[in-house]
Design a protein. Sequence first.
Length: 75
Amino acid sequence: MSQKQLKKTDFAQNHEKQYQIEFKVNEIGEGSNLIVQRLNEKGEYEIIQAPIRRLDESIFVVWDHPFDGRIIFNE
C-alpha cells in the first residue's frame, strides 16, 4: 500500500462550494481501493467517507472543508 499526504493548502474550492484535491490516474491508479483519512485534533488519522469523483484522467477527493490527511492506495 502506498500513500500521499494531503494538506489543507492543496484543496481548491469548486463551483459547488466544496473543496477538492485532484490526482491523476497515473499517480494513484483507478482509485477503486482508495482510503481517505483525515488528521484529527489528537494527531490521529481517522477514515472518512469522502466522495470520489472521476473526470477523464483525473480523480477528485471532495469534502466540505480543506483538511490535513492522507490517501492510501494500491499501486
